[in-house]
Design a protein around this ligand. Structure first.
Ligand code: ADP
Length: 266
């Protein structure tokens, strides 16, 4: 518990530091992008056009990186809405399968009934894609990727350790049979810019972004891994009542109690 608290404090400090920098950079990049857009309207020569297009691409890449940093430091404005987690995943399944490539076999284990979650749908998809790409990278010769949705109760003890309220949660796991990681790597994966991938392959911001999104959504994220066996990323998101008909729900304010069948007690 002590180690978990220390880890959380460290992430908080890193988040505040990077958040401030990312925020300022984001403002500067906005100026650059807007100025380049204006410039393109008055440029005639092909050489100038090419140079400006190059600058635009670089600025866009920079903006993408600052967005990931803002997500990590929980400074990203989210647009939470009531979603059925199964529907979110199924709606994004094609993109995820494509990201897996030819060698990785992806399967979904979704329960027939599940509670709703209150999350930013686009960020949820971005998080899933990050996790699936990491899993694929960890299985260069192929393997199994399993995405599971379940429900669990968080008891008082876990609540104190994880710093989230006790109660019902939707549990999302992304599990692979890849290379896994050592304890030393697993302890650092959520840190921004931490990567073991070669230069140009990884930015070390993928899991930072996922971490920021999950914690900002009132949830908790954990990594379990064994070298040579594989990795499981487990995410808990607060359950918001019955998730069967989120679109027909008259008001997003009405939060019905989660079904008491919520299985495991964590
Ligand atoms: P990046 O993918 O750009 O390196 P991430 O933040 O997504 O950045 O991941 C950080 C590091 O965590 C990776 O470089 C890798 O060492 C490790 N990692 C993440 N996911 C997995 C996985 N599924 N299996 C093995 N290692 C992983």
């Amino acid at each position: 518990a002590q180690a978990a608290l220390f880890q959380a404090q460290k992430m908080e400090t890193v988040g505040q530091l990077t958040g401030g920098i990312a925020h300022d950079f984001n403002n500067l990049l906005t100026i650059i992008v807007n100025s380049l857009d204006l410039l393109t309207r008055n440029v005639s020569g092909p050489r100038e056009t090419r140079l400006i297009e190059g600058a635009q691409r670089a600025a866009q890449r920079g903006a993408q990186l600052t967005q990931q940093l803002l997500a990590f430091s929980r400074r990203q404005p989210l647009q939470p809405a009531r979603h059925n987690p199964n529907s979110l995943i199924e709606g994004f399944e094609t993109v995820l399968r494509r990201a897996c490539g030819e060698l990785v076999r992806m399967s979904l284990a979704l329960p027939s009934h599940v509670s709703a979650i209150n999350v930013d749908g686009a960020q949820f998809e971005a998080a899933l894609l990050n996790l699936v790409v990491n899993a694929r990278d960890a299985m260069p010769d192929g393997g199994e990727l399993m995405i599971t949705v379940a429900e669990a109760m968080v008891n008082d003890k876990r609540s104190a350790i994880w710093n989230i309220p006790a109660g019902p949660y939707v549990v999302l796991t992304v599990q692979d049979t890849g290379i896994g990681m050592t304890k030393e790597v697993a302890e650092r994966v959520f840190e921004p810019f931490f990567t073991t991938k070669e230069i140009g392959k990884g930015t070390g911001l993928g899991l930072s972004q996922v971490y920021g999104f999950i914690t900002q959504s009132g949830g908790h994220i954990e990594v379990g891994s064994e070298p040579g066996k594989g990795t499981t990323i487990t995410m808990l998101l607060p359950a918001h009542g019955d998730g069967q008909d989120p679109r027909e729900e008259p008001s997003s304010e009405t939060v019905r109690p989660a079904r008491d069948t919520a299985g495991t007690v964590l």
